[in-house]
Every structure is written in structure tokens, then in C-alpha cells.
Write a protein that binds this ligand. Structure first.
Ligand SMILES: [Zn+2]
Length: 153
């Protein structure tokens, strides 16, 4: 199913994608990336219209690096919000759209099982997809709650 970026979700119309990506671009400026120099900025939007920002934060112990999407979702959860996340905008250095990594897809699914992701780079092309398209047959809370077999749906 092709996502409709203009579809109305609870809380009102979907936010303007270009404006959201512009905000993510500003957040990207705050990335802490002394090792990779690969900056990423993300903004997540919840159903009540709140926005949470995140940039990637690296660490000399590489595996402790936090992705921009995870930083934004941590900010959301730390504020007390549990979403649901309706929209994620992510933009990175480089021309190609920067789609969320596998771990971030799982994190987005946790708080936004119906989220639409707009991934972009500096090349001007934006890839838009639902989390279900990016993480097919994902393992989520529904599986734990009632044994629902996502692979069969
Ligand atoms: Zn990630």
C-alpha cells in the first residue's frame, strides 16, 4: 500500500513534509559525530501534534552510538509521551535518502505501528514509506499482548 502523506490521522492533518524535513535539517546541525562525520537529524510527530527532535550522538565506544531517530524517540518517551508516532522525518548528510537502520525501525514500530517515514538527504529526493513497509512482519507489542501472528495478517 502506498502511503498517502496527506491522509488525516487522529489529531488533524499530516504535517507538511518539506517543513518537517527542514526542521530535521536544523536538528542535524546538532549531531555529535566526531568519528563518522555523518550527521543525521530526525523529528517524530505524535498523534496529538507534538514534535520531538533527535540527532545522532556518537561515542568512542562505537556501539554506544545513538541514532537520530532513537534520540528523538527517547526524548518523546522521557517527556512522558507514548505517542503514537504518526510521522517521522529523517535527513542525513549525503545525497541519497537516509532510511532508518534496522534498530530504529524496531524502535519506531514500538511507538508508531502506523507511522509514515519520510527519509531524505541533500539530493532532494524523499523516500516515503510506512513502518510496515520498512519492517515487514515486525515483532511488536501486539505479538506479546495476544499472540497475534503478524506473519498471517
Ligand atoms: Zn538507527
Amino acid at each position: 500500500m502506498k502511503p498517502d502523506p496527506d491522509r488525516v490521522r487522529s489529531g488533524g492533518p499530516a504535517p507538511d513534509v518539506a517543513e518537517l524535513l527542514g526542521q530535521a535539517r536544523q536538528v542535524r546541525e546538532r549531531a555529535y559525530v566526531p568519528y563518522s562525520r555523518f550527521r543525521v537529524g530526525a523529528v517524530v510527530v505524535t498523534a496529538d501534534g507534538r514534535r520531538f527532535e533527535g540527532a545522532n550522538v556518537e561515542n568512542a565506544s562505537y556501539r554506544l552510538t545513538s541514532c537520530a531517530e532513537q534520540s528523538a524517540i527517547s526524548a518523546m518517551a522521557s517527556s512522558g509521551s507514548r505517542g503514537p508516532i504518526t510521522t517521522v522525518a529523517v535527513i542525513a548528510d549525503g545525497d541519497a535518502p537516509c532510511t532508518p537502520c534496522g534498530a530504529c525501525r524496531q524502535t519506531i514500530l514500538e511507538f508508531g505501528p502506523d507511522a509514515v517515514i519520510h527519509a531524505s538527504g541533500e539530493g532532494g529526493r524523499t523516500l516515503t514509506a510506512t513502518i510496515a513497509e520498512l519492517l515487514p512482519h515486525g515483532f511488536g507489542a501486539a505479538r506479546l499482548a495476544d499472540g497475534h501472528d503478524v506473519a498471517a495478517s
